[in-house]
Design a protein around this ligand. Structure first.
Ligand SMILES: [Zn+2]
Length: 336
């Protein structure tokens, strides 16, 4: 497989050199699975500076009245319908799952990692917290499918901290079971199975972005990311989160924790994650995950989503967080 990219150069008169002629350079890349393009841009200054915002203080400011904290969570969060889950809410370890009041899907869920943990910096997310949370989401999706066999498109997602789109400070994940795929689920499910194999084999051979495997799950820094520091994981042999057994869930949780520790090291505290399910039993489709970081809250705040990301569906990436340096920082931590 050829990983498609193109370098494009331009010219301007630069103010730092008395307006002498200077070259500009960008590299455009195309994702080998969906064809989405991405721009790696040489930037004169750091557009994604490490976090300096006092998140602990913001945590204290948002703690009073938080609907996911222990005082309120049982009173103000909804319960699942009895035919889906008779106990109303799903508990796994410290995780607590309930339906989302905002119906982003036919069956939308919210799973709080732990009602006691209103503030959860990325470095403190461990395999038990992530594993129990994922297990609660899998229980929910299985129950939703049992109750409504048409809602076969399952995803598990995260908005972590405010820049990611989360409306509440208290860390949580969101699940969805829906009768229709999201746009990205449809694009991924249309990829021929051998193309996933080719992509992984190519990255394994090139080595630059291949981060290794944790057993049965392979991790990559994306060739053409949708956003900064994007990582991808591929789980061959399962198409939907509902097919994930205990061992693979634990392995996936471990990989996510490793990725989040890397993000914390890089100075980020906000991320998005999506685990894209296809209908259970879809032949050859590997369940796969994407995660990326979001701008820090520092003032003046700059969103990482510009007209390019929102309206052209094409990410522009500042040089310091392009795929290869991220892979280099990841080192061997994903290899088992
Ligand atoms: Zn809270």
């Amino acid at each position: 497989m050829e990983l498609r990219s193109q370098v494009l150069e331009g010219e301007l008169l630069h103010p730092d050199t008395g307006f002498a002629s200077a070259r500009t350079r960008l590299e455009q890349r195309w994702d080998p699975l969906t064809g989405h393009a991405s721009r790696l841009v040489s930037s004169p200054d750091e557009l994604f500076p490490p976090n300096t915002y006092d998140l602990a203080r913001l945590a204290e400011e948002t703690r009073t009245g938080c609907p996911f904290c222990p005082d309120l969570v049982e009173m103000v969060t909804p319960q699942l319908a009895p035919h889906v889950w008779p106990q109303g809410r799903i508990r796994r370890g410290r995780a607590l799952l309930f339906p989302n009041l905002r119906a982003y899907a036919k069956h939308p869920s919210v799973a709080v990692y732990d009602p006691e943990l209103h503030y959860l910096p990325l470095a403190r997310l461990d395999a038990a917290l992530v594993g129990d949370n994922l297990a609660a989401q899998v229980d929910f999706a299985r129950a939703a499918l049992e109750a409504d066999s048409a809602s076969t498109w399952v995803s598990i997602n995260a908005n972590h901290m405010l820049p990611s789109g989360s409306s509440l400070f208290h860390p949580h994940t969101q699940g969805a079971a829906h009768p229709q795929p999201t746009t990205m689920q449809a694009l991924l499910a249309a990829v021929p199975p051998e193309r996933f194999d080719d992509y992984l084999a190519t990255e394994r051979r090139l080595g630059q972005r291949h981060l290794g495997g944790t057993g049965t799950i392979e991790w990559l820094a994306s060739f053409a990311p949708l956003g900064p520091a994007e990582l991808r994981a591929f789980l061959p042999g399962v198409a939907s989160p509902v097919e994930l057994g205990g061992d693979r869930l634990a392995e996936l949780a471990h990989g996510i924790v490793v990725a989040l520790a890397l993000y914390a090291e890089l100075g980020f505290e906000s991320f998005n994650l999506a685990l894209y399910g296809a209908p259970p039993g879809t032949a050859g489709y590997p369940l796969n995950l994407r995660m990326l970081v979001r701008s820090n809250l520092d003032m003046p705040y700059r969103s990482d989503a510009t007209f390019l990301e929102r309206l052209h569906w094409e990410a522009a990436l500042d040089l310091t967080i392009t795929p290869e340096p991220v892979a280099e920082r990841a080192g061997d931590r994903f290899r088992r």
